[in-house]
Design a protein around this ligand. Structure first.
Ligand SMILES: Cc1cc2nc3c(=O)[nH]c(=O)nc-3n(C[C@H](O)[C@H](O)[C@H](O)COP(=O)(O)OP(=O)(O)OC[C@H]3O[C@@H](n4cnc5c(N)ncnc54)[C@H](O)[C@@H]3O)c2cc1C
Length: 386
């Protein structure tokens, strides 16, 4: 048992949940850990290759049912996110965007034909999806989006720009959100449609082992059946974000665990003033405080997961989890960095990579401030942002 499991939370997991965790942890140990520092440094990741391997294990859209998806529980999906992000937040992002954003949107809002066309291939990792909501001038406020879809006969014609879109540079299908005369609608856009271009965003200092792009839509003509028929209004993309945020509640704890395990191991072997760093009270205070926060975060994730499996999880509860667990994971990563001293800034150790990654995780899928506002609205009954 991990010394980090102060509260014996492991004991409350079911056999299948533990089993999934073991399998994903092994995959991360074999396929991610040995290479990820290099991917991060180079700003490259073999995303297609990884997607196929994740697909073989049923990790893509694993919480969805049918169409080649595994139909796992929300808790099992969360544990998989935790293990993936213990490898790297960028690798977990690949899986989250594929499963919780692109696949979920098609699964929840698509026509039968769209589901048959895309979901089995996406579940297998043969087709990659992305989710285009954010624009250069509209991030936290997607309701103001400028991307337009207008009718031309039976066709739709899309114009606009989407920014910061995970997986875009290699995506086969983009779930693109656009304003129409009737309000916001979603479209399943084959990325090889004339008029679609995806440019990779380089020079990121965070999530470097994840591909991020800008999508330009220039008179993109789509047949009528490209629209996701059940997606009506902004609440459709927001419900997809709730799905993905749920995975982050767990995932962030994975990055934090990897930092904590690294710091624990470092502190017990590194000697200064004639004794291991772990023998100093100040170091133990840091380790104790971080372990307490980590265990609280895991209890929160598990609670939300059990609510999700009972069909009772509400969006503002996911905001509580995303706000707390990412904020605490980032604080843990930074504190662990101090325990490693100068080695903390080295790519030879994973800690600074996780800390840098968590800066993106803090911002995407709703910034911390937006989640505070969601919770504030629930508490006061007053919307401070809409
Ligand atoms: C690596 C990465 C990958 C991403 N992947 C995707 C993706 O796949 N698909 C996608 O659609 N998007 C993606 N995003 C975009 C992400 O969701 C947005 O960056 C995020 O929603 C914030 O938008 P913004 O960056 O425009 O910041 P802004 O909205 O401009 O916000 C800037 C700051 O102002 C604060 N702020 C804004 N409004 C308020 C308010 N009312 N009150 C108080 N403070 C406020 C914010 O909290 C933030 O601190 C990704 C981002 C990153 C970094």
């Amino acid at each position: 048992m991990s010394p980090l499991d102060l509260l014996d939370i492991d004991a409350s997991l079911g056999e299948e949940e533990r089993q999934i965790r073991v399998v994903v942890r092994q995959l991360v140990d074999d396929r991610v850990r040995p290479h990820v520092a290099g991917w991060y440094e180079d700003g490259q990741v073999p995303a297609r290759e990884l997607a196929r391997e994740f697909g073989k294990l049923g990790l893509l859209g694993m919480h969805l049912a049918g169409y080649g998806c595994a139909g796992a529980s929300a808790v099992a999906y969360g544990l998989a996110c935790l293990e993936l992000e213990a490898g790297d937040s960028g690798v977990r992002s690949l899986v989250s965007v594929q499963g919780s954003l692109a696949m979920y949107a098609i699964w929840r809002f698509g026509s039968e034909e769209q589901k048959q066309r895309w979901l089995p291939a996406m579940a297998a990792g043969e087709a990659i999806g992305c989710f285009g909501l954010t624009e250069p001038d509209h991030g936290s406020d997607p309701g103001s989006m400028a991307t337009r879809a207008r009718r031309d006969g039976d066709d739709w014609v899309l114009n606009g720009t989407k920014m910061w879109i995970t997986n875009a540079p290699i995506a086969d299908v983009g779930v693109i959100w656009a304003r129409t005369d009737e309000g916001v609608r979603g479209f399943a856009v084959p990325m090889d449609t004339p008029g679609v271009t995806a440019r990779e965003i380089r020079r990121k200092m965070s999530l470097r082992a994840s591909l991020t792009g800008e999508i330009a839509l220039d008179d993109v003509r789509l047949p009528a059946d490209a629209r996701l028929p059940e997606a009506v209004g902004l609440k459709a993309p927001l419900s997809c974000l709730t799905e993905a945020r749920y995975g982050i509640v767990w995932g962030a704890l994975g990055a934090a665990r990897d930092c904590l395990e690294t710091a624990l191991s470092y502190a017990t072997t590194r000697t200064q003033f004639g004794r291991p760093l772990a023998g100093f009270q100040l170091t133990q205070a840091k380790l104790a405080d971080m372990a307490v926060e980590w265990n609280k975060g895991l209890l929160l994730a598990l609670h939300l997961g059990r609510l999700a499996d009972a069909g009772k999880l509400r969006p503002e509860q996911v905001s509580v989890g995303k706000l707390n667990n990412v904020r605490e994971a980032l604080a843990i990563a930074r504190e662990c960095r101090t325990i490693l001293g100068a080695n903390g800034v080295s790519g030879e150790y994973p800690v600074m990579r996780h800390a840098n990654n968590l800066e993106s995780v803090l911002t995407y899928e709703g910034t911390s401030e937006i989640h505070q506002l969601v919770i504030g609205q629930r508490l006061t009954g007053l919307s401070a942002f809409a």
